[in-house]
Design a protein around this ligand. Structure first.
Ligand code: IMP
Ligand code: MG
Length: 179
């Protein structure tokens, strides 16, 4: 375990089982549809690549990058598209794949933008949900784990761009981001 981690919240094994279950659910719901999985970079990259391999359907993927946090642990509430999709999403069934829903500001903004572009449907799949941090209500169709209001890293999630490669989700030692 990394010495910067206070506690492992979700193990690699728990993540693997959950991703398989979410993939099955999505597979059942999207059979016969024009599924586009939209990975929100960079945090959701690890989860997206695992998830799409557990969905046994023809699908396409695209990537989008938004900025909301900078290098701090609190949401600024300001969402900016840093890298847009390559694809035209009109009439597609979009599944937005995210690492974590905290305030909900990022996701509600992205979902609104996608609806505005004429998507046939827009759903959200997140591996982590931190409901205590919510400022804007956002509907989560596929949820991995509900976690307490702690700053976590690993499985794609970072602090100042580090820790994304940890195979588990852990609580970062507060002294790392207060020093
Ligand atoms: P929201 O707009 O507050 O829901 O923020 C969502 C984004 O904030 C996520 O995509 C993450 O990039 C980041 N974020 C929120 N909570 C955490 C955390 O505990 N660890 C790492 N990143 C987080
Ligand atoms: Mg993110």
């Amino acid at each position: 375990m990394s010495s910067d981690i206070l506690e492992v919240l979700i193990t690699e094994e728990e993540i693997r089982e959950k991703v398989a279950r979410l993939g099955e659910e999505i597979e059942n719901d999207y059979r016969g549809k024009d599924l586009v999985a939209i990975c929100i970079l960079k945090g959701a990259a690890v989860f997206t690549m695992d998830l799409i391999r557990s969905i046994n359907l023809p699908l396409t993927i695209d990537f989008m990058s938004v900025s909301s946090y900078g290098n701090t642990t609190k949401s600024s509430g300001v969402v900016k598209i840093v890298k847009d999709l390559d694809m035209d999403v009109s009439n597609k069934d979009l599944l937005i794949v995210e690492d974590i829903v905290d305030s909900g500001l990022t996701l509600s903004y992205i979902m609104e933008v996608m609806r505005g572009r004429g998507a046939k449907s827009v759903s959200l799949c997140t591996i982590l949900d931190k409901p205590e941090g919510r400022k804007k209500d956002v509907h989560i169709s596929y949820r991995g784990f509900t976690i307490p209001n702690e700053f976590v890293v690993g499985y794609g999630l970072d602090y100042a761009e580090k820790y994304r490669n940890l195979p588990y989700v852990g609580i970062l030692k507060p002294e790392i981001y207060t020093k």
